[in-house]
Design a protein around this ligand. Structure first.
Ligand SMILES: [Zn+2]
Length: 174
């Protein structure tokens, strides 16, 4: 399995432990089904969420999110959306994925899958460490930025704060 460059760039912006679990899920999809997954969205800015939340409500298009800005785990680097890589002839539908299997593998790696939600969001995976509520993440974020949210995740996991973050942007190495 070789990740495409756009997916790699998105994965590097995720909380490192979450990124590892996602990569393991992608590896399972490749090894079990020969399906190469790609990441369509990872870390999302508050401004982008405002745009997305407006869609289908105050602007044109279908509703694509249930979360108000600040209330999506996408803001905190612990949520992502995926599909499969299509091909140039268009014969492979990027949404033709055995989502039940994808959700099962994700679950095996400790992730929560939107597949199981009442309002199903099949491409979506997330992990709220220690069951932390999104309100608490937002509060930490508003006070001290994303790094303070990640530091709290580290504490919950019992690892030294920042010990798994790499590089000047503290990006995950993949
Ligand atoms: Zn999502």
């Amino acid at each position: 399995m070789e990740l495409d460059s756009a997916s790699k760039a998105r994965i590097r912006l995720l909380y490192p432990d979450f990124a590892v679990r996602i990569i393991r899920t992608y590896v399972d999809m490749f090894e079990q089904h020969r399906i190469q997954m790609r990441m369509t969205e990872g870390l999302r800015t508050m401004a982008r969420q405002e745009e997305l939340y407006a869609q289908g409500r105050t602007s044109a298009g279908p509703v694509v999110t249930w979360a108000r800005p600040g209330y999506s785990l996408h803001h905190y680097g612990v949520a992502c959306d995926s599909c499969r890589i299509g091909n140039n002839s268009g014969k492979v539908d990027p949404w033709d994925v055995p989502w039940d299997k994808f959700a099962q593998y994700a679950k095996n790696h400790g992730l929560y899958a939107g597949f199981y939600w009442k309002k199903q969001d099949k491409p979506h995976l997330e992990l709220a460490y220690g069951g932390m509520g999104v309100e608490q993440m937002l509060k930490l974020y508003q006070n001290n930025g994303l790094e303070s949210v990640w530091a709290e995740f580290d504490t919950i996991r019992g690892v030294t704060q920042g010990s798994e973050w790499y590089g000047p942007q503290k990006q995950v190495r993949i």
